[in-house]
Design a protein around this ligand. Structure first.
Ligand code: EPS
Length: 382
């Protein structure tokens, strides 16, 4: 329903995306998308690259006079740093040889990618494996978010842990205004300070740190996704989307892994009805039961590994000679957890926009809104 592809290398000319399936009549402008792109670029622990880039997506098609027209929306984000990489990343053959990257980084796509694509230079692999690509996804996610807002759906994220420092009370930390102001996207002052110190310490040691972020979506109607087929289950679709974010190694829906230690009597959410409104006393299911949204906020967490380009490289092997060497090292981030949270919002927005269009259809936004309204009216009459 809502589908997209991205293209572009980290130091190539630009990043692009084509989004298809957005109904006509939706208000959309570049300024709106720029807001999310800016949020992705922030976060303590990012590399100097973020001082070079000022991501902004140009809308090249699919929008007329500020409204979507139902045709594919193409987005273009220029890489400012490309200027410094014109020879290395030239599209046409160049006369002089460029230096090959051959010292494999453990934890990166280097080895598997070079072998798979039959390359003697890691450069083409690292260029596309780079999380720079997520700028395209966040631009696409902003389009999805704009659509979801028409239905009162909001998506937020915050940092739960960085470098072994975790927040204390999860609920009280969902103070979104504070989160947006925090350099690590964490509302708890004490944890924020300790997370920043952990990033500084890692940087000094030539190391990197990972962590955990949480994404929360509110305003979700009962009935997105389906139990009837494995690939229609909403939790499965969300898990894949979050897992596809660079450096993510685990995804948890609701109480997730902690359910392993609880009896059934303490694992489920008691169903209640207040007037005509269905709700649950708790939300351990993270808003999804049987692969279907149950009307509660959708709550997912993801763990981000410490990124593999280290200032003080790990021992490794040279792709060309097979000799023991130190892994390749170049300018890189120390911590990407805050940015990953913003990317997580985009990925969740994309899955939910797809699921909303699947449930409510419509080629014009008014049609989708009407279908949504009559579904809710019917539910409230039951
Ligand atoms: C990345 C390495 C760094 C990051 C980059 C991801 O880039 P560079 O090698 O140019 O310093 O800053 O992330 C981005 C550019 C971005 O926009 O998120 C990597 O190796 O994955």
């Amino acid at each position: 329903m809502f589908r997209y592809l991205t293209a572009g290398e980290s130091h190539g000319r630009a990043l692009t995306a084509i989004v298809e399936g957005v109904p006509a009549g939706l208000t959309l402008d570049e300024e709106y998308i720029a807001g999310d792109l800016k949020r992705r670029q922030g976060g303590y622990g990012r590399s100097a690259r973020m001082e070079i880039e000022q991501d902004r997506a140009e809308i090249l098609s699919g929008v007329r006079h500020g409204l979507t027209i139902g045709s594919p929306i193409s987005l273009l984000i220029w890489n400012r740093d490309w200027e410094n990489w014109q020879d290395v990343m030239a599209i046409s053959p160049i006369k002089q040889e460029t230096e090959k990257v051959t010292r494999l980084r453990p934890g990166h796509a280097d080895l598997a990618g070079a072998i798979k694509y039959g390359l003697d230079d890691i450069r083409p692999i690292l260029e596309r494996a780079s999380a720079r690509e997520t700028a395209s996804r966040v631009a696409v996610g902003a389009v999805a978010r704009k659509l979801l807002q028409e239905f009162g759906i909001e998506i937020k994220s915050h940092t739960i842990a960085i470098g072994g420092i975790s927040i204390k009370g999860e609920k009280s930390q969902r103070n979104w205004a504070k989160v947006e102001k925090s350099p690590v996207r964490c509302a708890e002052a004490e944890a924020e300070k300790a997370m920043i110190a952990a990033i500084d310490k890692a940087k000094e040691a030539g190391d990197t740190v990972g962590g955990v972020f949480e994404v929360v979506a509110t305003g979700i109607p009962i009935g997105l996704g389906s139990h009837v087929q494995w690939d229609r289950r909403l939790d499965g679709r969300i898990a894949q989307a979050l897992m596809s974010i660079n450096a993510v190694k685990g995804v948890e829906v609701g109480a997730g892994f902690s359910l392993a230690n609880l009896p059934g009597s303490q694992s489920h959410d008691i169903i209640e009805r207040a007037g005509r409104i269905w709700h649950h006393a708790t939300n351990r299911a993270g808003g999804i039961e049987g692969g279907i949204s149950n009307g509660e906020p959708i709550m997912v967490k993801a763990v981000v590994k410490p990124i593999p380009t280290l200032g003080k490289p790990l021992p490794s092997v040279d792709l060309k000679t097979g000799e023991a060497v130190e892994a390749h090292s170049e300018r890189s981030d120390v911590c990407v957890v805050p940015a990953a949270g913003v990317i997580g919002e985009a990925m969740l927005a994309i899955v939910l926009a797809d699921a909303m269009l699947e449930k409510f259809g419509g080629d014009h936004i008014m049609e989708t809104l009407n279908n949504h309204k009559s579904y809710l009216d019917a539910m409230n009459k039951r």
